[in-house]
Design a binder for this molecule. Structure first.
Ligand SMILES: Cc1cc2nc3c(=O)[nH]c(=O)nc-3n(C[C@H](O)[C@H](O)[C@H](O)COP(=O)(O)O)c2cc1C
Length: 342
């Protein structure tokens, strides 16, 4: 089979190549989700119920898709998500993800569950980084890494708080990629947010919010930004899609803090839909894994380029000049239940 140059490939082609070339164990781990995968499939479906309102009579040809976040100018409102197990894809995968994200000029959230520590990430690239802790590692290690991240000039620090029960792949809880030990859940408390705020002077981000109540609690405890996320469907089967939850979180705390979203972003159009519903930016989990699995750092760079081109197409075709001008008025909801219409 003759393959096209990377510069002409779309995300689905990168996924197909990654599926063929990634170690089978890594593919299974990345493509996996909890139990029946109902949440995993619901995530992209939630995006598909929104259609765009096409507008052609305007002068917009080159919309500006850049944003500013935590004091950093980003060329696209898409960020590499924290993923603890990039190293399953290959021994250099963590460095390649950092390099590819850097080449794209993008921001990267890094997980405490990764093999790389904050210094390794910093050595691998000059991207703006955000350190994402897991409280089950214990306060001492979290404080040590968060302070190191601050000293290394990271843009923010945060906690992934939704692993009250550990990730599941089908019916199994996988072993930790970092140390091979069984994964355990942990209690989550707004007090952990207050505590982290005392350890660092960086903005503190809370990931794994899926309700207005938790959003209020996190912001009252001092969270400076939230990530609406169901962990890519890997924890609670039959959870709502992250996109379905976004409006209630934005209504609850959107006036106070930036609300980010992940879980199910698969196109530039999906990014525009998330922003139209109130997200400041989105995180990319599996798409970055496909990029690095297929072509290393170049593949990750290509993922961002694909999404940027798709976003520009959508903004041009809906008559929007820049990200700040994206609003619900460019969407029509095709939900047969008629839950929300323009
Ligand atoms: C293999 C894998 C490992 C992950 N590891 C972490 C992690 O260590 N910390 C974290 O906050 N989220 C982790 N996540 C969740 C991602 O940050 C993100 O929420 C999710 O992948 C977004 O969904 P998407 O893959 O549909 O883009 C992981 C996801 C995958 C697929």
């Amino acid at each position: 089979m003759i393959e096209k140059p990377l510069e002409q490939m779309g995300l689905r082609e990168l996924r197909d190549i990654a599926r063929r070339t990634m170690p089978a164990e890594a593919w299974h781990h990345f493509d996996g989700a909890a139990e029946t995968k109902a949440t995993f499939y619901r995530n992209p479906r939630a995006f598909r119920q929104y259609m765009f309102r096409q507008r052609i009579f305007h002068d917009i040809t080159d919309p500006d898709i850049g944003i500013e976040l935590f004091g950093h100018k980003l060329p696209i409102p898409a960020i590499t998500a924290p993923v603890g197990s990039f190293s399953l894809i290959g021994k250099d995968a963590e460095r390649e993800v950092a390099e590819g994200t850097d080449r794209a000029g993008a921001m990267m959230f890094v997980s405490q569950a990764a093999k790389f520590n904050p210094r390794d990430w910093r050595n691998a690239s000059k991207s703006p980084f955000v350190f994402m802790a897991y409280m089950n590692r214990g306060r001492e290690e979290v404080a040590q890494y968060a302070k190191l991240a601050q000293d290394l000039g990271f843009a923010a620090a945060g906690i992934t708080m939704d692993t009250v029960r550990p990730v599941k792949i089908g019916d199994e809880v996988p072993l930790s990629t970092k140390d091979g030990k069984p994964r355990k859940g942990h209690k989550s408390s707004p007090k952990d947010i207050e505590w982290l705020k005392q350890q660092v002077s960086l903005p503190v981000i809370v990931k794994g919010i899926m309700s207005a109540e938790d959003a209020h609690d996190a912001v009252n405890a001092g969270a400076d930004a939230l990530v609406v996320s169901n962990h890519g469907g890997r924890i609670l089967d039959f959870n709502r899609a992250a996109l379905e939850v976004l409006p209630e979180v934005v209504a609850a705390v959107g006036a106070q803090v930036p609300v980010l979203l992940d879980s199910g972003i698969r196109s530039g159009g999906d990014i525009v839909k998330a922003i139209a519903l109130g997200a400041k930016a989105v995180l990319l989990g599996r798409p970055v894994a496909w990029g690095v699995g297929a072509f290393g750092a170049r593949g990750v760079e290509r993922v961002f380029a694909i999404l940027a081109e798709e976003m520009q197409r959508v903004l041009t075709m809906t008559g929007v000049a820049c990200v700040a001008d994206v609003s619900q008025s460019i969407l029509v909801c095709d939900d047969p239940g008629g839950r929300w219409r323009r």
